[in-house]
Design a protein around this ligand. Structure first.
Ligand SMILES: Cc1cc2nc3c(=O)[nH]c(=O)nc-3n(C[C@H](O)[C@H](O)[C@H](O)COP(=O)(O)OP(=O)(O)OC[C@H]3O[C@@H](n4cnc5c(N)ncnc54)[C@H](O)[C@@H]3O)c2cc1C
Length: 464
């Protein structure tokens, strides 16, 4: 396995990555990119075990509800790219199980690639979302045929791909990208039915980064995002050669959707896990700031926090239900329940604004205007700020200020905005979760129950 130091050295492999208009040849020499790499390096050190046979627990395949559940604290304790690595492995193994019957050659290549990824202890990012061009048109009908990633040349030893995958979390800081179709494809769209693994430093791969990292001169007022930010990559495949052994689907439109559906499940389970923790965290902030404001016993404040608690509890319950109701696939791997995973992720995302609204309502305007740490250090105004920012005899002014800084950073500044949009979009947007939830919901039983309640169920038929 790799240590954090070895991981950082591995980034120096000639990858073409860009940030704010310039090419970054040495990631560890770029302040913001290096900070994100340090976050991933910490994850490496946390998981490191010596020995040639050691394997990262990120890449173990859970085989029961217990193993699936045991995985969650591990995933919550590591960085987002460790999570995308885990989700990529699970996606490929899920897809291999689904298409392997008809295409054993793809399942074998996936297995071999996953074993190699385990042995090299690499980090993998998920390249799914295409540029997509005109959303009302399918890939084959776009005015620009490159709007969706496609094969532009088939050779005896592999294919050449062209296209762009957008919003790819941590793309510049992983070692390989898992490239899969963003959706199901139709006959005639064979060139778009391509799934493969592409090294980040493959010739023709270019990655443009964006980041919500704080840029302020004194950034101590960003207690969360200062410690943990990850760029998103705009990944361009500018005629990239992919050798045969790295191709997991090549033209079989019938199976193109399997990869995106497989990813959706693992990505949404990851989102649901993150949002379960996030919801409890927001409840905690609401209670702490209510106490710091001296209002924790006031009726309307308690009501709002109760509503937040109910939301947080139901989201966690859906996560528990997704795992308890897992199914075991043919290859022995455990898959969380599609129904509870999608319904939970949907609910967590749609109610996130309510959680933030209550928190901001309870907190007050100092979420945005609390003076900085450097102001507290100024001898002329520091003591006065502490005095006037104190609201409860039990909580000093400085503690209250730091709570405001954390709330702003998490919910009302660059990272807050990132979370707001990401909770909705990550894992494929709300619409996708509605479709999958409906598909897995037992509508026939619901209808039987309605007929039973109306005393309209034919004699001898029972509602479950
Ligand atoms: C911070 C962040 C990180 C992300 N990380 C990753 C990542 O690591 N890997 C990855 O692959 N993706 C990632 N995503 C992408 C995410 O999955 C997409 O943003 C999401 O799937 C929506 O796609 P889009 O952004 O192209 O929006 P659009 O698809 O344009 O959606 C916008 C709206 O239009 C609607 N819409 C779109 N097409 C149609 C249509 N044909 N008919 C009707 N309605 C339509 C959608 O339902 C939605 O309401 C990330 C996104 C964010 C914000």
């Amino acid at each position: 396995m790799m240590t954090g130091e070895e991981y950082k050295a591995s980034l120096n492999d000639g990858r073409a990555t860009y940030f704010e208009g310039r090419r970054v040849d040495d990631i560890m020499a770029d302040k913001l990119m290096a900070e994100s790499a340090e976050v991933i390096a910490k994850g490496y050190d946390l998981l490191y075990q010596p020995g040639a046979d050691a394997r990262s627990p990120l890449m173990d395949i859970p085989r029961s509800a217990e193993e699936l559940k045991a995985r969650l604290p591990l995933l919550s304790s590591v960085d987002i790219v460790a999570n995308t690595t885990n989700q990529s492995i699970m996606t490929l193994m899920t897809a291999a199980g689904r298409i392997g019957g008809e295409h054993p050659e793809y399942a074998e290549r996936i297995q071999a690639w996953v074993e190699d990824a385990q042995a090299r202890d690499i980090r993998i990012t998920e390249c799914i979302t295409d540029g997509k061009g005109d959303r009302s048109l399918s890939p084959g009908k776009q005015p620009d045929p490159d709007a969706y990633t496609r094969v532009v040349e088939r050779r005896s030893d592999g294919v050449v791909i062209r296209g762009a995958k957008l919003h790819i979390t941590g793309a510049s800081l992983g070692h390989e990208t898992m490239v899969i179709p963003t959706k199901a494809m139709k006959p005639g769209e064979e060139d778009y039915a391509i799934a493969c693994a592409v090294p980040v430093n493959a010739p023709g791969v270019k990655i443009v980064n964006t980041s919500y990292a704080p840029r302020h001169e004194d950034d101590r007022v960003f207690p969360v995002s200062r410690q943990n930010h990850m760029p998103e990559g705009f990944v361009i495949f500018d005629d990239v050669f992919v050798p045969t052994e790295r191709i997991f689907l090549n033209g079989e439109v019938k199976h193109a959707g399997q990869f995106a559906h497989s990813l959706g499940l693992w990505e949404r389970l990851g989102g649901l896990t993150f949002m379960s923790n996030e919801a409890d965290e927001l409840v905690g902030f609401a209670q702490l700031i209510a106490e710091a404001n001296g209002l924790e016993k006031v009726g309307h404040v308690r009501e709002k926090i109760s509503e937040m608690i109910i939301h947080a509890t139901l989201i966690r319950a859906s996560l528990e239900a997704a795992i308890a109701n897992c199914t075991i696939g043919e290859n022995g791997a455990a898959f969380p329940s599609e129904l509870f995973t999608n319904a939970g992720k949907y609910q967590a995302a749609t109610q996130y604004n309510l959680m933030c609204r209550h928190l901001h309502d309870i907190s007050g305007g100092s979420v945005l205007t609390a003076p900085g740490i450097s102001d507290l250090e100024n001898n002329e105004v520091g003591p006065l700020i502490r005095k006037y920012m104190s609201a409860s005899p039990n909580v000093d002014g400085e503690t209250r200020i730091k709570l405001f800084h954390a709330i702003r950073d998490l919910t009302a500044d660059a990272m807050g905005g990132w979370r707001y949009v990401t909770n909705i979009q990550a894992g494929g947007g709300l619409y996708a979760q509605r479709i999958v939830t409906r598909k897995h919901y037992d509508m026939e039983n619901a209808k039987r129950m309605a007929l039973h309640a109306a005393k309209m169920l034919p004699e001898g038929e029972a509602a479950e």
